[in-house]
Write a protein that binds this ligand. Structure first.
Ligand SMILES: Cc1cc2nc3c(=O)[nH]c(=O)nc-3n(C[C@H](O)[C@H](O)[C@H](O)COP(=O)(O)OP(=O)(O)OC[C@H]3O[C@@H](n4cnc5c(N)ncnc54)[C@H](O)[C@@H]3O)c2cc1C
Length: 390
């Protein structure tokens, strides 16, 4: 059977590009279809989109031959959470879980650029930019993909990594369940008087958490979750007024702000595809699931999907075999559903009615006093086996 590629990936975001790099690095023949241009090198101020990458995600990216850019990322070793209106307070330290660190905060565009740089080195990977699929059809041995530039490509498997509004998912007729949290996240990058440390913290308030993600040097990314209208109003403030609002709302430990270097806001939704697979088709990353970002796990679970799919593909001859796809769905759906449920639970515990919030407070207390539970939670959040000993 003559096919253009073994695997075609639609969407060259971080998840799709990481899968292409992992498969291409192992010698597979991969086509990557991306709607936009190939990414430019990051320079100047940090971009607003920053993600935490845990141990499993970092290992997967490195297994594809990509090096995380050290100057645009930052290691973190502690995670601290507390309830603004209660007494619950918990600190998670990597060393308590037998780890050197919890992972890295990485600028999304720097990671994406590094992945695409690696793709250019891989002879088995062909990138098709500035095009998108218009239709797709599955046959016995391959799936065809028609593109809006007139090209038709074929592969044993077509993977949808084209984000939350996935065209491939729509073309395949896969429906999604969605839930609107009626929250909006205001992300600001700031320069602070104090250098930020290797700790990321989150303060829970009844209208949504306030989070600080450290960046190299005196930089930090702040996420301020709140009601939709409140966030939109805040986003309109002048730099000076926004800096004062941040100083008033965020915990004093943030220190004085020297300046706000960027801002943007995003609606917060949960979304889960009713199935991840079709005939010679699989969905990964945000195309399959969108979780509340409060636990910083959306990209991580997307990369874990890519990791699981790559492992199955590289171990078999037919990348689109029905048995392989069923195994992928079983492996990932349960893990992703658990993450969706856990982040949902966190959201409702800290923004729900007062009795629920007291329960959240007790949860933080309990986590602080039960080292074994804490260790398991840390390992789980890192994509590691929660039951193994450090
Ligand atoms: C406020 C906020 C904070 C977050 N923080 C974290 C965090 O700390 N840690 C974490 O793990 N996650 C975090 N996330 C989630 C994370 O950003 C996403 O899960 C992740 O970016 C999804 O990556 P993706 O590659 O699946 O999709 P995307 O990043 O959406 O990439 C999709 C790609 O497909 C391309 N594309 C789209 N349509 C087509 C088409 N029709 N044809 C071809 N190409 C197409 C796009 O151009 C893009 O390149 C956060 C999310 C938000 C909103």
């Amino acid at each position: 059977m003559q096919r253009d590629h073994e695997v075609i990936i639609v969407g060259g975001g971080m998840v799709g590009a990481a899968l292409a790099a992992r498969l291409g690095h192992a010698g597979a023949n991969v086509g990557l279809v991306e709607y936009g241009d190939k990414p430019d090198a990051p320079r100047g101020e940090f971009d607003l989109r920053i993600s935490s990458l845990n141990a499993r995600s970092l290992a997967f990216i490195e297994a594809g031959g990509t090096r995380i850019p050290p100057d645009r990322s930052c290691v973190f070793r502690h995670i601290e959470g507390w309830n603004q209106s209660g007494s619950g307070h918990s600190v998670f330290s990597a060393e308590d879980s037998g780890l050197d660190n919890f992972g890295r905060f990485v600028e999304n565009r720097a990671l994406r650029y590094a992945l695409w740089q690696q793709l250019e080195q891989l002879p088995g990977v062909t990138c098709y930019t500035r095009c998108a699929p218009t239709s797709t059809l599955a046959g016995q041995d391959s799936r065809l993909l028609e593109l809006d530039n007139g090209k038709t490509l074929s592969a044993a498997l077509v993977v949808g990594a084209d984000g939350a509004r996935s065209t491939l998912r729509e073309l395949a007729g896969i429906e999604v369940n969605t839930y609107d949290y009626r929250q909006r996240a205001l992300i600001t990058n700031v320069e602070t008087e104090l250098p930020q440390q290797d700790v990321s913290w989150q303060c829970f308030t009844p209208t949504g958490p306030l989070a600080m993600l450290p960046l190299p040097g005196h930089h930090a990314s702040l996420i301020w979750y709140d009601r939709d209208m409140t966030t939109r109003t805040r986003e309109m403030l002048s730099d000076e007024a926004l800096a004062r609002a941040i100083e008033a709302a965020f915990p004093a430990r943030l220190g004085n702000l020297l300046r706000v270097t960027g801002r943007a806001s995003f609606p917060i939704k949960r979304q889960h595809a009713r199935r991840y697979i079709g005939k010679r088709l699989a969905l990964i990353g945000d195309a399959a699931h969108v979780v509340h970002p409060l636990a910083g796990q959306g990209l991580n679970i997307g990369l874990h999907d890519a990791d699981a799919l790559a492992e199955l593909i590289l171990a078999r001859r037919d990348a689109g075999a029905p048995g392989l796809l069923r195994r992928f769905e079983v492996r990932r759906r349960l893990a992703n559903q658990a993450m969706l449920t856990a982040t949902d639970g966190f959201h409702h515990l800290f923004t729900g009615a007062p009795p629920l919030r007291r329960l959240g407070d007790c949860g933080l207390h309990a986590a602080e006093r039960l080292p074994a539970a804490k260790r398991m939670m840390s390992r789980q959040a890192n994509g590691l086996n929660p039951f193994s000993r450090p």
